[in-house]
Design a protein around this ligand. Structure first.
Ligand code: ADP
Ligand code: MG
Ligand code: MG
Length: 889
């Protein structure tokens, strides 16, 4: 194998082998762009080194050969005393990763060659500045010396000299600083700064390899599900110098605005600077546009190169460049990060420019970005004071009074206040407060902290790890940078999409994208929002491309209408349990308490017209589209009063010697129905089988509602869904009775109702016997929420707040299996059941209801296993449509 590639040998498709940076440096080299020559050591070499603790045997020779070639080409040797070749050693994995080693510049400088460099450049200051930078970077990143020691020494040098910026230090000052830096290395690292240039280079290369396995890098990979065995590449690149005086400098740029997508000149430039100076904020940068005035020739060339890159990558690129005495050099490029809004705009702009087609445009955006654009946001034009910034853990814009404990959060919110729960970090005891709050703010913890995980699960705005904020829960206050104190009750605003924290109330505006989906804003209008225009077009691309249909989970006409506006093609899950709540509770209580069949039938008869009316409205709002109605699922006791409350009532009545026969019977029923584990108890089809008449009443309500809609010339398309089936026998019994009822209604109304009957697949046994179950089902709907619970054997309500944080931190999950379908476990059952079901009944309709129906990654999975539709909450429908389109590309 070959372990080293010259920049002329690679290309952008070799990211696995050369890392992102190396592959793109090679691509630019081959495009004829001015890249300083160099070579890349492959990830394969890194892997061998990490596995065996040693470089692969051939590596040293290969590096030597490439270094020789580089030296020949440059006409000087690495670290040569009178005219040194200098190089940078740069890490670069396939994915850019925090925790990887920083770049070391100016490798090859030593006490001797620094003199040679000074002579060659005719600039003492430059040479000593480069040398002190080398010792600083090498000391910190390769030898592990605390970087602050160098920075402090630099600060002191500036103070002594009474200057404010580093460029004001002269050669003599820098020379002294070098002596100081070398001393720091000696004391801290216990060795001298290496004077041999090749040793410098080799040590730096090994340090890059080793940085693959730092704790921080490992944790990041586990969380992002990046495999641990990819390894990192190392780039060795000959140096060009931006610190050679005012006609030199370094900068970063974007080929278009990463915030809006607009084409133009975006970037920063810093004269007489090297490397990270431009982003480190040590001196004030100038906008890139100023470069035109400073160095017109380089500026024009840069503009041309940016155009070349955009046309070549067909996307927004970000770049890093350096100008050495009026000569421009390209040091890095990659397809650049962008905001969610810009992603949509850029994708359509590129289509208009003819650079990409519709299908490609769909790969340039994603559902997570669309979801982000649908949250309400803070009005950016408002005058606001940002006081801190944390991690954008769960999107949204929340405003409320600061509270510092859960108890107060609950108390205040009960009395109608909006509150923001502020904690150092949260734990399971804070759950009530988190539910009560508009948003959650913590000063500790990252994206997988308790606060972040739970908030995301609840869809609640959360900013976590805002470290500049000093939270004092004991004294119920928070100190913000600058010393201002936020007391309990003061209003704060937090933005879960940006991580920003504001004092006071920031006005919230609805998202224009939601306004558009709601039909309150129109694409194509003269003054239409640019973003809305782009979203409108991308959604059209997705709808043209997708095979999966998208339905909504909706229980009432209002949700159904909204879902339709958002593009739903039917209802995939209408839960009927809410039809048993509110003032209907009493009827349900009577049903449960009934001693005789006659009593039971009496209460069912009263429930029937109420249910029927619900369905009539629902079928009307979804006229012409399928509506899947799930018969009652949750255990009956959920419809009865709370056990403690009821006991108190009974005891009270007893002591007052008031009549309490009904309460007592109710209490007995509650006791009778009490289950240790209701999730695995008397619910779903089991309930239908043991409470005579319950399911038939529901079926009758559906059938009569459909008949009524038919009579009104409507087009009802009801589908009856039986929950929690584990065996075909259960389904057969329910079906037989249902068929009878439907036949009766058809006979009475004279209408052909064409009701189909199907089942949920949400128990492992159902999935495993799907072939049999399909004999009695015209459709399957995978209830992946319950299926996840039953396959894993844990309950969603309990675990998300308890051990999930630990599991996420340990990398056992990259993401909660309730958020994204567990393909290997739950997913295999879905796949198996889909296949077996279709073998029995080739025209079996297959869908999924449950949170996963609106989760991007899961939607792709459902597309792959051949389902017909996904169903999700109305708000997620656009996301599901988009992802279904992307899945089909
Ligand atoms: P990062 O991965 O953090 O972007 P880089 O390897 O790109 O690290 O190095 C950071 C900066 O160091 C570059 O943007 C560039 O300014 C400077 N740099 C790296 N290599 C060279 C070089 N050969 N000549 C001049 N500057 C360099
Ligand atoms: Mg870089
Ligand atoms: Mg279920």
């Amino acid at each position: 194998v070959k372990f080293v590639y010259d920049f002329t040998e690679g290309n952008k498709n070799l990211k696995d082998l050369l890392g992102g940076k190396g592959a793109n440096l090679a691509e630019m080299t081959n495009l004829g762009l001015p890249v300083p020559p160099g070579f890349t050591i492959t990830t394969e070499a890194c892997k061998v080194y990490l596995d065996s603790g040693e470089e692969p045997a051939a590596l040293r020779d290969e590096v030597s050969a490439h270094l020789d070639a580089l030296e020949q080409r440059m006409g000087k040797k690495l670290g040569q005393a009178d005219d040194p070749l200098l190089v940078s050693v740069r890490s670069g994995a396939k994915f850019s990763m925090p925790g990887m080693m920083d770049t070391v510049l100016n490798i090859g400088l030593s006490d001797k060659s620094v003199q040679g460099l000074a002579k060659q450049a005719g600039d003492d200051r430059f040479a000593w500045d480069s040398y002190r930078r080398l010792i600083q970077m090498f000391g910190k990143t390769v030898l592990g010396v605390d970087g602050e020691l160098f920075e402090d020494a630099l600060e002191k040098a500036k103070e002594t000299k009474k200057v404010t910026v580093d460029t004001e230090l002269e050669a003599a000052d820098l020379k002294k600083l070098v002596t100081k830096f070398k001393k720091i290395v000696k004391t801290e690292a216990g060795r001298d700064f290496p004077q041999d240039p090749r040793e410098q280079m080799d040590l730096a290369i090994h340090a890059v390899f080793d940085s693959w396995n730092t704790d921080r890098a490992k944790l990041y990979r586990r969380q992002e599900r990046i495999p641990h065995d990819l390894g990192t590449a190392v780039n060795v690149c000959s140096m060009v110098f931006g610190n050679l005086g005012p006609d030199s400098g370094t900068g970063v740029a974007f080929t278009r605005d990463p915030a809006s997508g607009h084409q133009g000149v975006y970037g920063d430039y810093l004269q007489n600077a090297q490397g990270e100076d431009v982003v480190a904020g040590i001196r004030n940068t100038v906008p890139l546009a100023d470069l035109e005035r400073i160095d017109k020739k380089s500026y024009d060339q840069l503009m041309q190169i940016m155009e070349t890159l955009e046309n070549h990558y067909k996307d927004l690129c970000d770049i890093e460049f350096t100008i050495e005495r009026g000569v421009l050099w390209m040091l890095q490029t990659r397809v650049g990060k962008r905001t969610a809004g810009a992603a949509f705009r850029i994708a359509t702009q590129l289509v208009d420019q003819g650079l990409i087609d519709e299908a490609e445009a769909l790969t340039r955006v994603n559902g997570a970005q669309l979801a982000q654009l649908m949250f309400p946001r803070f009005d950016e034009s408002a005058k606001v004071e940002t006081v801190g910034r944390g991690i954008a853990a769960s999107p949204g814009a929340a405003v409320g009074k600061a509270v510092f404990d859960s108890y107060t959060a609950v108390k205040w919110s009960r009395s109608g206040e909006k509150v923001i729960l502020i904690r150092r970090e949260t734990n399971p005891d804070d759950l009530d407060g988190m539910i009560a709050a508009e948003g959650i703010l913590t000063s500790r913890g990252g994206k997988t902290s308790h606060a972040a995980v739970v908030a995301r699960g609840m869809g609640k705005t959360c900013v976590c790890g805002a470290e500049e904020l000093e939270v004092d829960t004991k004294r119920r206050r928070m100190t913000v940078p600058g010393g201002h104190v936020v007391e309990e009750g003061d209003v704060v605003s937090i933005d879960g999409s940006t991580g920003k924290v504001y004092l006071g109330e920031v006005p919230v505006v609805p998202s224009p994208v939601v306004e558009y989906f709601e039909g309150r804003m129109h694409a194509g209008a003269e003054d239409a929002d640019e973003l809305v225009e782009a979203v409108h077009r991308i959604m059209a691309f997705a709808d043209r491309k997708r095979r999966l249909r998208v339905r909504a989970n909706a229980d009432n006409a209002e949700d159904a209408l909204r879902a339709r506006r958002f593009g739903a093609q039917g209802i995939g899950l209408c839960r009927t349990e809410h039809m048993f709540l509110g003032d209907r509770r009493e009827l349900v209580e009577r049903l449960i308490l009934a001693d005789t069949q006659a009593e039971r039938e009496e209460s069912l008869k009263e429930l029937l017209p109420l249910q029927k009316q619900d369905f009539v409205q629902l079928f009307e709002s979804m006229d012409g589209l399928p509506v899947t109605v799930r018969l009652l699922d949750p255990p009956l006791h959920e419809f009865l009063p709370d056990i403690t409350e009821l006991s108190v009532r009974v005891a009270l009545a007893e002591s007052r010697q008031e009549p309490h026969e009904n309460e007592l019977r109710l209490l007995q029923a509650v006791h009778r129905l009490h289950e240790q584990n209701p999730m695995l108890g008397l619910r779903g089809v089991r309930l239908g089988l043991v409470i005579p008449g319950l399911f038939t009443m529901q079926v009758r309500a559906i059938a009569e509602a459909a008949a009524e809609r038919k009579a009104a010339k409507g087009d009802p398309r009801a589908e009856i869904m039986i929950p929690l089936v584990g065996t075909v026998q259960e389904l057969e019994i329910v079906r037989e009775e249902a068929d009878k009822v439907i036949a009766e209604v058809e006979a009475a109304s004279g209408a052909q109702l064409k009701l189909s009957i199907g089942t949920m697949i949400e128990l492992p046994r159902a999935a495993l016997t799907a072939g049999q179950i399909a004999e009695a089902a015209e459709f399957f709907s995978f209830g992946t929420n319950d299926l996840t619970q039953t396959v894993w054997g844990f309950s969603r309500d309990d675990v998300e707040a308890s051990f999930f944080t630990a599991y996420l931190e340990k990398g056992i999950f990259g993401v909660s299996p309730f958020e994204t379908i567990d393909k290997d476990g739950v997913g295999s059952l879905v796949k198996l059941a889909a296949q077996a079901g279709r073998e029995t009944r080739p025209d079996l309709k297959l869908g999924v209801c449950g949170e996963h129906g609106g989760d991007p990654e899961s939607v792709h999975f459902f597309h792959e296993v051949g389902l017909d539709y996904v169903s999700c909450s109305p708000f997620r429908i656009p996301v599901a449509r988009l992802e279904a389109g992307r899945a089909a590309v």
